[in-house]
Ligand binder design. Structure first.
Ligand code: ATP
Ligand code: MG
Length: 419
C-alpha cells in the first residue's frame, strides 16, 4: 500500500492534443480518491498514466515516495479494474482470479495460490462460484471476479476506470457498497474514475473534479457540495443540479427573477461593484411556504411562483417554475452547459419540496427560500464569490477523522472475526 503523488502532470498525445494540463494531486496511503468530470476531460488518460499504460509528457509521478515515470506497468505494482472486466471465458473463476499469480511463473507455490484466491473469494463472497465459468455469472459476479484479480496481486493501489458503467442501476448500487466495504476492509489506496454523481459522492474520501484536463477542486464530497469554488463545480456536483439565476444588485437587495433578497453587509463586500451576478440555489433550499415552521420561515423570504409541472417522488416533490433569464448571463450559462455535457441549462427553477406539499401543476404556489444558503458567482470568471475556504477545511478535517475511525472499526472487526 502506498501514497500516490502527481506533480504538474501533463499529457500531450501524439497528434498534439493536450489532454491533461498540469495536474497536481496528493493521494494519501489508504485513501479513496474519485476522479470526476464530463466526457473527454482526461480522467482515463490520467489513470492510464498512473498505471503506466500511457507515457507521461511532463511532471512527476511518485508511488510510495519513488518516482515511477519511467517504470514499466508491472514494476509499479498497481492493479487496474476496467469497465469491461477482461475475464477469460474458458477459465474458471478460480483460474481467472489466479491468473496474475500464474503469470509470475515460479513465484508462488500451488498452495500459496490457493490461499490467496480463497482469501479474495471470501472477501468478495465468491466461494460458491470458484469452479464456474464467467459466461454463467451475473454482471455483478463478473465484476467481483475482476476485483478478485486485483486483490490477489496485493497491489500498492487499486485503480478503477468506470467499473460499474455496464451494470444496471440496482446492481450498480450493490456493487458500489461492495467496493466501499472491500476498500475499508483492505485499506488499499484507491483511485476511481467515474462520471456518475452518486458514485462520486458516496465512495470517495475526496473527490477531484476535472474540466478539460485541468483540476478544478479537490475536497470531501460535502466540501464540494457546500462550497464549490466555481460555477463549473457547482453545476457538476448535485442532482437535480443547482439552479442558476440572474441576480441584479438594486440598492440594498439582490433582485432574482421571482423574489428580492436583502443584501447582508458580508454579501455586499463580496459583490464589490458588480451589478449583475449569477446566483446559485440548490433545489432543497426551497420549501412550500405553508409547510415551513415559524423558526425556519423567520430566516427566509417567501414569494409567489407559477408552477409548471410537478413530480411526486415519495421522498420529495419536485416542482418546476419557469423564469425569464437575463440575456447578459444567458450566454455564460449556455457555455457552462456545454462544458457540463448538460441537460440544457434550464430557464426553469427546480425546487424540491416536502413530499407532503399539496402544490400541483399550474398552481400559483407560495414558496420559501433561505437566502443564507445562496451562492453568488462572478458572471465573467464563474468564481464563487461566497466561497469559504475555512469552512471547507473544517469539513474536510471532520471527514478525514470520520474516515480514520471507520477504517479502524473495519479492521478491528476483521481481526475479531479472524481470532
Ligand atoms: N490516443 C489518443 N490520441 C489523441 N487524443 C486522445 C487519445 N486518447 C484520448 N484522447 C483525447 O484526450 C481527451 C481525454 O480523453 P480521456 O479518454 O482521458 O477522457 P475521459 O475523461 O476518460 O472521458 P470519458 O468520460 O468519455 O471516458 C479527449 O479529448 C480525447 O479525445
Ligand atoms: Mg474515460
Amino acid at each position: 500500500m502506498a501514497a500516490i503523488t502527481l506533480k504538474d502532470i501533463v499529457k500531450e498525445y501524439g497528434d498534439g492534443y493536450l489532454a491533461v494540463k498540469g495536474v497536481s494531486l496528493d493521494i494519501a496511503d489508504g485513501e479513496f480518491v474519485i476522479l470526476v468530470g464530463p466526457s473527454g476531460c482526461g480522467k482515463s488518460t490520467l489513470l492510464r498514466m498512473i498505471v503506466g499504460l500511457e507515457d507521461i509528457t511532463a511532471g512527476d509521478l511518485s508511488i510510495g515516495g519513488d518516482r515511477v515515470n519511467d517504470k514499466a506497468p508491472r514494476d509499479r505494482h498497481l492493479a487496474m479494474v476496467f469497465q469491461n472486466y477482461a475475464l477469460y471465458p474458458h477459465l474458471t473463476v478460480f483460474e481467472n482470479i489466479a491468473f496474475p499469480l500464474r503469470l509470475q511463473k515460479g513465484t508462488f507455490t500451488e498452495e500459496q495460490i490457493r490461499e490467496k484466491v480463497e482469501f479474495a473469494a471470501k472477501t468478495l463472497e465468491l466461494q460458491d462460484h470458484l469452479q464456474r465459468k464467467p459466461a454463467n455469472l451475473s454482471g455483478g459476479q463478473r465484476q467481483r471476479v475482476a476485483m478478485g484479480r486485483a486483490i490477489v496481486r496485493e497491489a500498492q493501489a487499486f485503480l478503477f476506470d468506470e467499473p460499474l458503467s455496464n451494470l444496471d442501476a440496482k446492481l450498480r448500487g450493490q456493487m458500489r457498497t461492495e467496493i466501499a466495504r472491500m476498500q475499508r476492509r483492505l485499506g488499499t489506496t484507491t483511485v476511481y474514475v467515474t462520471h456518475d454523481q452518486t458514485e462520486a459522492m458516496t465512495l470517495g474520501d475526496r473527490v477531484a473534479v476535472l474540466r478539460k484536463g485541468e483540476l478544478q477542486q479537490v475536497a470531501s464530497p460535502r466540501g464540494l457540495y457546500e462550497h464549490p469554488v466555481n460555477l463549473f463545480v457547482a453545476g457538476f456536483i448535485g442532482s437535480p443540479p443547482m439552479n442558476f439565476l440572474p441576480g441584479e444588485v438594486v440598492d440594498d437587495v439582490l433582485r432574482l427573477p421571482m423574489v428580492d433578497v436583502p443584501l447582508t453587509d458580508d454579501l455586499k463586500s463580496r459583490l464589490g461593484d458588480r451589478k449583475l451576478v449569477i446566483v446559485g440555489l440548490r433545489p432543497e433550499h426551497f420549501e412550500d411556504a405553508s409547510l415551513t415552521d415559524d423558526r425556519r420561515s423567520a430566516d427566509g423570504v417567501t414569494f409567489e411562483a407559477t408552477v409548471d409541472v410537478t413530480e411526486w417522488l415519495g421522498s420529495d416533490l419536485y416542482a418546476y417554475v419557469p423564469f425569464d433569464t437575463n440575456p447578459e448571463v444567458a450566454g455564460k450559462l449556455e457555455e457552462l452547459d456545454r462544458d457540463l455535457d448538460g441537460e440544457g441549462m434550464r430557464t426553469q427553477l427546480v425546487v424540491a419540496l416536502d413530499s407532503e406539499s399539496r402544490v400541483r401543476d399550474g398552481d400559483d404556489a407560495e414558496l420559501w427560500v433561505n437566502p443564507a444558503k445562496m451562492m453568488v458567482f462572478d458572471p465573467e470568471s464563474g468564481e464563487n464569490l461566497t466561497y469559504d475556504a475555512d469552512a471547507v477545511k473544517e469539513i474536510d478535517q471532520q471527514n478525514e477523522a470520520d474516515r480514520k475511525a471507520s477504517l479502524e472499526r473495519a479492521q478491528a472487526r476483521e481481526k475479531a472475526k479472524a481470532s
